[in-house]
Structures are given as structure tokens and as C-alpha cells.
Design a protein around this ligand. Sequence first.
Ligand SMILES: [Zn+2]
Length: 123
Amino acid sequence: MALRRELHRRGLRFRVDTPVLADKRRRVDIVFGPTKVAVFVDGCFWHGCPVHATQPRANSSYWRDKIATNQRRDRDTDRQLEAASWMVIRIWEHDDPIGAASHIEAAVHRRRAELRRPSRQRL
Ligand SMILES: [Zn+2]
């Protein structure tokens, strides 16, 4: 995947497709363990991207329900991760991998700096 390759090129190290919550079925696409940054790359169709929100006409209510269920599950996963002090970043599969990598890199560096100053108050 282009995003993973770009993150790697920038010297970032991470695990892929890894469960970090007690519910092992909720796997995180890209995990930065020490800084607790969880990145998801959401597929446009399955996660209901607002830009590519085209749904198949056949069985449309079936697909609508399925995508709505996925979206509810995504929000719930975000809440669980945030409750366990993870930072959650969601990228759409249509996002430019270079821009996404810059966003992730900045977040990981910010978290790393925060960890070095544990007494500093978080915003
Ligand atoms: Zn999209």
C-alpha cells in the first residue's frame, strides 16, 4: 500500500493489522505502539465515504444498512481507543498517500514530544 511505503520511507516504524483493544476482532490498520497512535485506512465503499457515496441500486437498503452498521462500529471503535488514550486517525482510501503520511508523521512526532514531557498538561 502506497501509504505504508511512504511512512516507511520517512523512517517511521509501525505494526499493521493489529488488535490493540480487548476485542481482538477490532484490528487497527497501522499501529504506532509507543506513542499510541492508531491509523485506519477506510475503504470508500464499506465505510461510507462522503465523496464516493455511490451505492449499488440492487439491494440498496441492504447495502445502506451494512454501511451504516460499519460506520457505527467505526465510531464505537474510536471511542474505545480514545478511552484507552489512543490517538485515532482515519484516512480514506481515496486520500493522497503523501498528504496522509505527512499528517500521520506530524501526529506521531507530537505524541513523542508529549511523552518526553509527561508533566506537561495535555490540551
Ligand atoms: Zn472516497
